[in-house]
Design a protein around this ligand. Structure first.
Ligand code: ZN
Ligand code: ZN
Length: 292
């Protein structure tokens, strides 16, 4: 099994050291795992999201923590390389239009394997915070949410900074309870240009099992959006669990791959030193992490 979206405890909302994740992953049959700790650089949200954990303390994302993270992950990677688990070094970078100049130097500062780009906030509001998103949803229609989300995501794609785009319909996570079924079609006519941009630039699209974890019958993206991605010519997909505890590494990646196969995909894209390579889904052991 392969999991390219893993948060260890450098993320303030995660538990477990990189070593603990690797030990669990090896024991549970993962072949490759990429750490993608949160890196949220929007100065307007510095007091909310702009934090990381270093040696048990919550510190500012602008402080000197990244070198520690890199060293830590590289050491774990070296320890596990001969034991059958590839551990890769990545970041999940929160994108907001206009902060490209803050993101680029971070990406360039170390030899990362994988840079995952994500939109988590809209117009300064955290879409995945239950309290913040509630207010935002109360003031906006489903179409307005999707309009703003795919506008920002389109800019994230055009920025040319990311290897892969994370959870392309994450607004459903908190929004579904508020809007119901109306939200499931609100992307129509808005998402297509974003998918075209992803295809054109050869960026990978994440299949994130967080949808299953949150009780949806599908991952992010849902199968209808994955079908649109295929139609748009997106060739590369990368599975990730978005786990925040060691025991969830590899969570329902097998089910994500089944959804991908139904949409017509027969391979996944993985990354090392930001270079893409492919593995046939048939060659990834689907069963071993199914249902975990
Ligand atoms: Zn995310
Ligand atoms: Zn994440």
């Amino acid at each position: 099994m392969i999991d390219f979206h893993v948060h260890c405890d450098y993320s303030s909302d995660a538990r477990g050291s990189a070593e603990e994740y690797a030990a669990w992953a090896l024991k549970n049959g993962l072949r490759a795992m990429c750490f993608t700790t949160h890196c949220d650089l929007d100065p307007k949200r510095r007091h909310h999201d702009g934090k990381v954990r270093l040696k048990g303390e919550i510190v500012d994302v602008t402080s000197d923590w990244l070198g520690h993270y890199v060293k830590d992950v590289r050491e774990v990677s070296a320890r596990y390389a001969d034991r059958g688990l590839e551990v890769r070094l990545g970041l999940e970078i929160g994108y907001t239009p206009g902060i490209e100049h803050l993101i680029s130097p971070v990406i360039d500062s170390f030899d990362f394997d994988f840079i995952l780009g994500a939109v988590h906030t809209l117009e300064g509001t955290d879409l995945v915070s239950s309290t913040e998103s509630k207010e935002y949803f109360a003031a906006h229609s489903p179409r307005e949410v999707c309009g703003a989300f795919y506008r920002d995501l389109g800019e994230a794609v055009a920025a040319g900074l990311f290897d892969c785009i994370a959870h392309i319909d994450i607004y459903k996570r908190m929004g579904f309870d508020h809007y119901g079924e109306a939200l499931n079609r609100a992307h129509e006519g808005l998402i297509e240009p974003v998918l075209a941009g992803i295809a054109e630039r050869g960026i990978s699209l994440e299949i994130n099992s967080g949808g299953f974890r949150k009780g949806f019958p599908w991952p992010f993206p849902s199968p209808d959006i994955l079908a649109l991605a295929r139609e748009a010519g997106i060739k590369d997909i990368t599975p990730g669990s978005d786990c925040h505890t060691p025991e969830e590494a590899g969570y329902k990646i097998g089910e994500c791959l089944e959804v991908a196969m139904k949409a017509g995909y027969d391979r996944i894209a993985v990354f090392a030193a930001r270079e893409k390579s492919h593995i046939l889904i048939d060659d990834v052991s689907i069963g071993d992490a199914r249902g975990k």
